[in-house]
Design a protein around this ligand. Structure first.
Ligand code: SAH
Length: 244
């Protein structure tokens, strides 16, 4: 039986891979990957390595999670080194926990290789620090997948009144609802926010606006994209360093 490496691929720029991830990619007998992982990473594999795509498009699931778990397990029965490559960090909205728990149940050894999450690195490449002395003392990373109007929502919207930075992943399709909800709980309409698409890559684009006009400004922006809300967005005027 093999060992599974639940491996973070980083946000896009392949140089943001960890050395440990680089090592296991080169040792892998099979790499199970999804849409967010940069395909160039697969070039690090040795000859004869197998590739299995289990990615999900927005909304469309190519494979349900329990089938992905099973694919990983089956590969661990056949191969010595199994790399499960996931965009960003495997435990930040990456369902790495579910995959690890399934392997635990099946008594397969695994390791977690953390990755640089898009939540922090994508704003960094847009010149936006997620915390900044005197501006934001904390940041939150929130799923934007859930509609803010959902009655059973577990998201503590009322807590978002402070100036802490809020980063929404998987939220582009809910941008209108998210920005309206933040205005509804009392944030000013002119409160700064940004949408960053394909961050850290050559296709990176950044739209800066306010809670009121961001929907209009970010129309047609391609995925993957994240939303960042907070006064830290204004620091981009001084900190935008990444020229594409
Ligand atoms: N585990 C990943 C996140 C998975 S959820 C991580 O740690 O980064 C997928 C969401 O991440 C996307 O919907 C998008 O909001 C965000 N995302 C991932 N890569 C991105 C990128 N290069 N640019 C902008 N957003 C990105």
């Amino acid at each position: 039986m093999g060992k599974v490496y639940l491996t973070g691929a980083g946000p896009g720029d392949i140089e943001l891979l960890t050395m440990k991830a680089h090592r296991v990619l080169a040792e892998a007998d099979v790499i199970i990957y999804d849409r967010l992982a940069n395909p160039q990473l697969l070039e690090m594999a040795k000859d004869g390595c197998e590739f299995v795509y289990v990615g999900k498009e927005d909304g469309k699931h190519t494979l349900p999670q329990d089938e992905i778990n099973e694919v990983i397990y089956q590969n661990a029965l056949k191969h010595k080194v199994v790399v499960r490559l996931k965009g960003g960090d495997p435990f930040v909205f990456g369902r790495g926990g579910e995959e690890g728990a399934y392997l635990h149940k099946r008594e397969i050894k695994f390791e977690i290789i953390p990755g640089i999450t898009s939540a922090v690195s994508v704003p960094a490449y847009a010149g936006i620090p997620v915390t900044h002395r005197g501006v934001a003392v904390s940041f939150r990373v929130v799923t934007g997948h859930e509609s803010p109007n959902k009655e059973t929502s577990q998201i503590p919207w009322e807590n978002f009144k402070t100036d802490d930075t809020i980063i929404f992943l998987m939220g582009l399709h809910n941008l209108k609802k998210i920005s309206s909800k933040l205005i509804e709980i009392g944030k000013p309409k002119e409160y700064p926010c940004a949408v960053i698409s394909r961050g850290t890559t050559k296709e990176q684009s950044v739209v800066v606006g306010t809670l009121e006009d961001i929907v209009q400004k970010a129309k047609g922006v391609p995925t993957p994209a994240l939303i960042i809300v907070g006064k830290v967005v204004e620091l981009r005027d001084q900190l935008d360093w990444f020229q594409t």
